[in-house]
Design a protein around this ligand. Structure first.
Ligand SMILES: [Zn+2]
Length: 129
C-alpha cells in the first residue's frame, strides 16, 4: 500500500516499525491493508509454521501482508486495533509516534512465547504469538 501517512523506520521496540507522519485522531483509520497477495486455504495448509506466521487470516481470507503493514510491532499498550482490513487508532496518535498493535494470540494454546520489549508500563513481559 502507498501511504504518505506513515513511514517505516528503525524501532526501539524491535527491528523496524511503523511511524506516524501526521497526527491521527482516535477512531481514524491509520492503515488500510493490501490484501491483493491472497492464497487459498489449501495452499495455506501446505505451508510450514514459519510461513504460516507470515500469513494473515481475516474474515476467511488468507493473505500475505505487504509493507508497511508487515512491519507492525506489538505493544502491550497499543495505539491501534484491528478493524475491517485496516488498523484503527484507539487513541489520538501524535506525529512521530510508533504505530503499535496487539498481536497477542490469547486463544492459541500452541502459540510461541516471546519476550516483549515494548517498554510500556503495562508490559506483560512475555507474550504469546
Ligand atoms: Zn510489552
Amino acid at each position: 500500500m502507498k501511504s504518505d501517512d506513515v513511514i517505516i523506520k528503525k524501532s526501539k521496540i524491535h527491528g523496524k516499525g511503523i511511524f506516524a507522519l501526521r497526527d491521527f485522531k482516535k477512531g481514524e483509520i491509520v492503515l488500510h491493508w493490501d490484501t491483493s497477495d491472497r492464497i487459498s486455504k489449501e495452499e495455506y495448509d501446505t505451508l510450514s509454521d514459519y510461513e504460516k506466521n507470515r500469513i494473515t487470516v481475516h474474515e476467511g481470507i488468507f493473505f500475505r501482508l505487504k509493507p508497511p503493514e508487515n512491519c507492525f510491532n506489538h505493544s502491550c499498550e497499543p495505539n491501534t486495533k484491528m478493524g475491517e482490513f485496516c488498523d484503527v487508532a484507539i487513541r489520538d496518535i501524535k506525529k512521530g509516534e510508533e504505530i503499535t498493535t496487539n498481536f497477542e494470540a490469547e486463544d492459541r494454546p500452541d502459540a510461541e512465547k516471546m519476550k516483549c520489549n515494548c517498554g510500556s508500563k503495562k508490559c506483560r513481559t512475555w507474550i504469546k504469538f
